[in-house]
Write a protein that binds this ligand. Structure first.
Ligand SMILES: [Zn+2]
Length: 70
């Protein structure tokens, strides 16, 4: 499974609610009819998942391409 977010990219991010550090966790993202496990930054305290909008679009495109290749 591809890793979409590198540790360096979210190292400086903080949760808006609790100002807590984020850690990489496996999260299932739904897209169209399917769902996909991806590693995304999640707040250690409240479990909030962080997906920058630009990253989400990028990820959707990659998933779509993978599906078409089959
Ligand atoms: Zn939090």
């Amino acid at each position: 499974m591809a890793q979409y977010v590198k540790n360096e990219e979210f190292a400086e991010w903080r949760c808006d609610k609790c100002n807590c550090e984020l850690e990489l966790k496996k999260v299932v993202v739904s897209y169209l009819e399917g769902s996909f496990p991806v590693d995304l930054p999640v707040c250690k305290k409240c479990g909030q998942v962080f997906i920058p909008e630009s990253l989400a679009i990028h990820k959707m495109l990659e998933i779509e391409q993978q599906m078409e290749d089959k």
